[in-house]
Design a protein around this ligand. Structure first.
Ligand code: XUL
Length: 528
């Protein structure tokens, strides 16, 4: 008989679960429910409700709980050893908010296993939809809250980020302004993470420090709600926010609904959930300040652990609290694989031909350069897309292939300088991390070894690691994060790609030039 923990990931488009075998240090099983395909009755498209205004992105919270029922059903059908589960936790898409009325708390604690979760929870909302992280409709509220805080710098110093449209505080303010009666009838505001933890635990769960840091409402240093931010956002907000609490907080045993209905161990511990990026940090084993991850997905994200709180007072980097209790940085670049694919497709190449083309041009591309804003960009903020080429002929296939990847890596290097350190090693994840030519440019620009890591769902795995960590703490056994995580991750790491030392000077110079070009085009301060 083995002991297990369960980690969930409630992401934009799906709900996933990972079962971790604590005795054999391996992933025993994984499963997923896709909102659009498996629950079409909720009418989501890529996880959100379609609408006329492209800046608005809401999802129905009931689809997430319907997915939880469906996923437990699948786990039971596939004979997952749910009776041997010791602890449960999860990861939620960050920033999304759920608006609950006064009935919610008691409903969470009295779920009827004879009914579906969606049936049980249908009447607990003061707002039937939840704005999620893809929503960018709150620019006016961001400006108002920023003014209340005394400017961008003060906001970033206090909460870890300047005000962002997708962050929860601006979203709450918009709700309060547009629907004051519904805001008044809101008893509690939950995040996706704390809402799901409330369902699993049978009582209103606190917001954890990691996800709380993505709200523009929490004092990033004291980790308490920031009074000035609360005041600047909406009246009576303090009493509506459960938490904030340490990410390893256990609320009690799991909700009897899941034991009665699906055979989950009734004494399994319910550990509060965190955001997907904090969960991914531990899911990838980033426990040392020099360990960074670059995820090469639809958008590219860069994140790493920080022992001290350093904030990006002028820019678009975020500071969240890590599940270890340390800090973490996060920078999100929208033109990731999207931009790489646009270049690849423009020349009719496949990935092998794209990589071969990169290899035909010298490192540094003879100073030819691209600013790759195929889509509006988050970092640096570019609202009107457009690709700019400098000394770069659009017909020169190899030079353009190298230019797009060099531009992305130089932008990442320049825009991560506020963290005050350079990486000792970078773990590359996501689709493009299989491409050795891209990883070599990453290694050369950052002058850091790069290791690809093949973790399928780092957020769900990180949530499972968090459940294991909290379970050990509860049992009084002092088990380090590394001891929990390393044996599981070892086989998932690929070989190390070393930086070419002779490229260091080339990219030092080019990064400075890139920052100047970026400033000319985008405005703002040059970052190197
Ligand atoms: C982070 C962010 C996204 C979401 C995705 O700030 O907005 O990474 O967390 O789920």
């Amino acid at each position: 008989m083995s002991r297990y923990v369960l980690g969930f990931d409630s992401s934009t488009q799906s709900l996933s679960a990972v079962l971790l075998d604590l005795d054999q240090n391996r992933i025993a099983a994984g499963s997923s429910v896709n909102f659009d395909e498996d629950l079409p009755e909720y009418n989501t498209v890529h996880g959100v409700l379609p609408g006329d205004d492209c800046r608005v992105a809401h999802a129905p919270p009931l689809v997430w709980v319907a997915a939880l029922d469906r996923l437990f059903h699948l786990m039971r059908e596939n004979a997952w050893p749910l009776a041997e589960v010791k602890a449960v936790s999860g990861s939620g898409q960050q920033h999304g908010s759920v608006y609950l009325n006064g009935k919610a708390g008691s409903v969470f604690g009295n779920l009827d296993p004879g009914k579906s979760l969606a049936g049980n929870l249908a009447d607990i909302f003061s707002r039937t939809t939840s704005p999620v992280w893809m929503d960018s409709s709150t620019s006016a509220e961001c400006a108002q809250i920023t003014a209340g805080m005394g400017g961008d710098r003060a906001m970033a110093e206090a909460t870890g980020s300047i005000a962002f449209e997708r962050f929860t505080g601006p979203q709450i303010r918009k709700f309060h302004r547009q629907e004051p009666d519904a805001y008044r009838s809101t008893d509690k505001v939950a995040l996706v993470s704390s809402f799901m933890a409330s369902v699993l635990g049978g009582e209103l769960a606190p917001i954890d420090h990691g996800d709380g840091a993505g709200m523009n409402l929490m004092d990033i240093r004291t980790r308490a709600w920031c009074e000035q931010a609360l005041q600047s956002t909406a009246p009576g907000l303090r009493g509506r926010l459960p938490g904030p609490a340490e990410s390893w907080r256990i609320t009690g045993k799991v909700n009897p609904y899941f034991a009665d209905k699906y055979g989950l161990a009734p004494d399994a511990l319910n550990v509060i959930w965190s955001g997907d990026n904090p969960c991914s940090l531990v899911g990838l084993g980033l426990f040392r300040p020099g360990d960074w991850s670059i995820s090469l997905g639809t958008s590219d994200t860069l994140f790493g652990l920080m022992r001290e709180c350093r904030v990006d007072v002028e820019g678009q980097g975020h500071v969240f609290v890590a599940p270890t209790g340390d800090y973490m940085s996060l920078i999100c670049f929208k033109n990731g694989s999207l931009a790489r694919e646009r270049v690849r497709d423009a020349y009719g190449l496949d990935w092998d031909a794209f990589s071969a083309a990169i290899g035909r041009v010298a490192k540094g591309n003879d100073k030819r350069m691209m600013l790759p804003y195929f889509e509006p960009e988050i970092v640096p903020k570019v609202l009107t897309p457009g690709v700019r080429r400098f000394d770069l002929d659009a017909h020169d296939v190899p030079a353009n292939c190298r230019a797009v990847v060099e531009a992305q890596m130089m932008s990442m290097r320049n825009h991560s300088s506020w963290m005050g350190t350079r990486p000792d090693r970078i773990y590359a994840t996501g689709g493009a991390s299989r491409n050795a030519a891209i990883l070599q440019i990453m290694a050369d620009v950052f002058q850091s070894p790069v290791i690809s890591i093949a973790v399928e769902n780092s957020a769900a795995l990180g949530a499972a690691f968090r459940a294991a960590h909290a379970w050990h703490l509860h049992a009084g056994s002092r088990c380090s994060w590394e001891a929990i995580v390393e044996p599981v991750l070892t086989d998932m790491r690929g070989s190390t790609i070393l930086p070419d030392a002779s490229a260091a000077a080339i990219y030092d110079e080019l990064c400075r030039k890139y920052a100047v070009r970026e400033m000319e085009v985008v405005g703002g301060s040059a970052r190197t």
